[in-house]
Design a protein around this ligand. Structure first.
Ligand SMILES: [Zn+2]
Length: 104
């Protein structure tokens, strides 16, 4: 039988027990398996954020927000390369997160 140590009195008790038979303290079950639902959530959120950021850059750079002028002049090369790059990296992160989620 699998044994573990009581966190309160230090005596060895059966692993499946919720309560220590010696000191009668509640011993929480230690779960080694991490919750799989949380896996992949972080990259997905970051990826979506990157894509949103790329969209915002495109929106302002292309001049759609005409009354709202961007104070700094953005080089066209920056828009042509940075925004798609940011979008693609965001897309990649989102896909990576989705793959992690499917695998778990
Ligand atoms: Zn105990």
């Amino acid at each position: 039988m699998e044994m573990r140590q009581c966190a309160f009195c230090g005596k060895r008790i059966a692993a499946h027990l919720n309560q220590c038979p010696f000191c009668r303290e509640m011993v929480p079950q230690v779960r080694l398996s991490r919750s799989s639902s949380a896996a992949g959530r972080q990259p997905i959120r970051r990826g979506l954020l990157y894509m949103l950021l790329a969209g915002v850059i495109y929106y302002f750079a292309a001049g759609y927000a005409k009354p709202l002028q961007v104070p700094i002049t953005i080089q066209p090369s920056v828009i042509n390369y940075l925004a798609p790059l940011l979008f693609l990296s965001g897309l990649g992160l989102t896909l990576y997160g989705l793959i992690l989620k499917v695998k778990s």
